[in-house]
Design a protein around this ligand. Structure first.
Ligand code: MEV
Length: 454
């Protein structure tokens, strides 16, 4: 048992009381209250928070208003992975991410495939989903008859919401009544599908669903075949689903096995076989699959974030898709067919390139410009490629040098930056740690030794 904590635990500060009306305080007041009650050096904390404010007042105000109770900005690096050849078009892909080796790995994979035909992609579907969940106590046939009668009214009552989307070629695709009573007593749903074009569509879908719910509830009141109990349809909630298995994109790379390593065909074949084995392991072993897919998400999330899309939605949908057939499995696939190595990914991505942050955040707008102002479908393809490239880079390292080589290089640089090493010192120590293990202690010791010998 460790007694250290008992002996040296600092005295707790006086209990902080709950605060009323925090959201109504000004930003300065919020910071004052926060730093006084929750930090040991309020002046230093205030100065730090303010150092991260944008110097341009309008830009700061824009960020302040994205959420409630903003006190400052939280920076993530925005990097660029160039040389991505996708369907014969060259892209430089913006990535917002803190993990040190991700952009370097993406760039390396892009370069690797650049002279091998690049990435080929295809959108397999763009269908979004939303549901009205409700409880109905009564006869199923009568509910079905009611639904058939009310369906046109569901659509016409939502026409004010759908008008603009329909003009552009999107809208509501289908509304189905689903009986879920086997899973939960009295539970039914309207399962609805949508085409939202270049918009992610969350607001559009949720507005449609809430209107469907209102119409459903109101019309049930006057459906002549319903008993009083049947009329009392109880709407539980109306919300889009982030599980969109038919909003699907595929990206792939392939090349003759002999070209994989540029060296001997023997080592190329071994490498290809190991890549396939590694993917096959991720297919059958969920522990590995989760990490394998995490590496894919390193690429996906970074581009999703840089382009102002909702990475939580994307994450939730993709992981659900990874277990669509039961056990959680790999999102990528690899095969060797007639001397050709093939590596591909298929995953759901509900993205938008208009609306939301995409028209508000200055850096998101720039990221979109760098990508050539893509449509949502084009962005799906770019993001899928970023995921595939990331997985290729990670698995390639894993089956060849091991992951630590690349990771430790960046890790070493991070430690040296923290220590305030000069460029010369970084060069010397990077060289030194090619042959030594770069643990935190070893780096600090080597750094201090180098300084002291000067
Ligand atoms: C680290 O962020 C990602 C990897 O663990 C992915 C993988 O193991 O495939 C390297």
């Amino acid at each position: 048992m460790n007694h250290y904590h008992y002996l040296y635990r600092p005295k707790p500060k006086a209990m902080t009381q709950p605060i009323e009306g925090f959201s109504k305080l000004t930003k300065e007041q919020k910071i004052d209250w926060l730093t006084t009650h929750y930090t040991t050096d309020p002046e230093a904390a205030k100065a730090l928070l303010k150092r991260y404010w944008n110097v341009v007042e309008d830009v700061q105000q824009l960020h302040d208003e994205f959420i409630e109770n903003t006190i400052t900005n939280y920076y993530l690096p925005l990097g660029i992975a160039p040389n991505f050849l996708i369907n014969n078009k060259l892209y430089a892909i913006p990535m917002a991410i803190e993990e040190s080796s991700v952009v370097a790995a993406a760039s390396k994979a892009a370069k690797f495939w650049l002279d091998k035909g690049g990435f080929k992609t295809q959108v397999l579907g763009t269908e979004k989903i939303g549901q009205v969940h409700f409880m109905y106590h009564g006869n199923k046939e009568r509910l079905t008859a009611f639904f058939e009668q009310v369906r046109p009214k569901l659509l016409s009552d939502a026409s004010a919401i759908t008008k603009n989307m329909e003009k552009r070629g999107g809208g509501i695709n289908k509304i189905e009544l689903r009986d879920k009573t086997e899973a939960l007593d009295h539970y039914y749903q309207l399962h609805c599908t949508f085409e939202t074009l270049d918009a992610m569509g969350a607001n559009f879908i949720n507005s449609c669903l809430e209107q469907f719910a209102k119409t459903l509830k109101a019309e049930a009141q006057s459906f002549p075949l319903f008993s009083e109990e049947e009329k009392a349809i109880e709407i539980v909630m109306s919300i889009l689903s982030n599980y969109v298995p038919d909003c699907l994109v595929r990206a792939e790379v392939s090349c003759p096995v002999d070209e994989l390593k540029g060296g001997s065909s023997e080592s190329s074949r071994q490498f290809a076989e190991k890549m396939v084995q590694a993917v096959n392991i991720a297919k059958v072993e969920p522990h590995r699959a989760v990490t394998h897919n995490k590496g894919i998400m390193n690429g996906i999330d970074a581009v999703v974030l840089a382009t102002g899309n909702d990475f939580r939605a994307v994450e939730a949908g993709i992981h659900a898709y990874a277990s669509k057939d039961g056990p959680y499995t790999s999102l990528t696939h690899a095969a060797i067919e007639n001397g050709t190595f093939k590596f591909w990914i298929e995953l759901p991505l509900a993205l938008g390139t208009i609306g939301g942050l995409t028209s508000l955040h200055p850096l998101v707008k720039l990221a979109m410009e760098i990508l050539g102002k893509p449509s949502a479908q084009e962005l799906m393809q770019i993001v899928a490629v970023a995921g595939l490239a990331q997985n290729f880079a990670a698995v390639r390292s894993l089956v060849t040098t091991g992951i630590q080589e690349g990771h430790m290089k960046m890790h070493l640089l991070n430690i040296l930056n923290q220590l305030g090493a000069t460029e010369d010192e970084k060069k010397t120590l990077t060289h030194h740690f090619k042959k030594h293990s770069a643990t935190h202690n070893a780096v600090v010791e080597a750094f201090e030794k180098l300084r002291n010998t000067k």
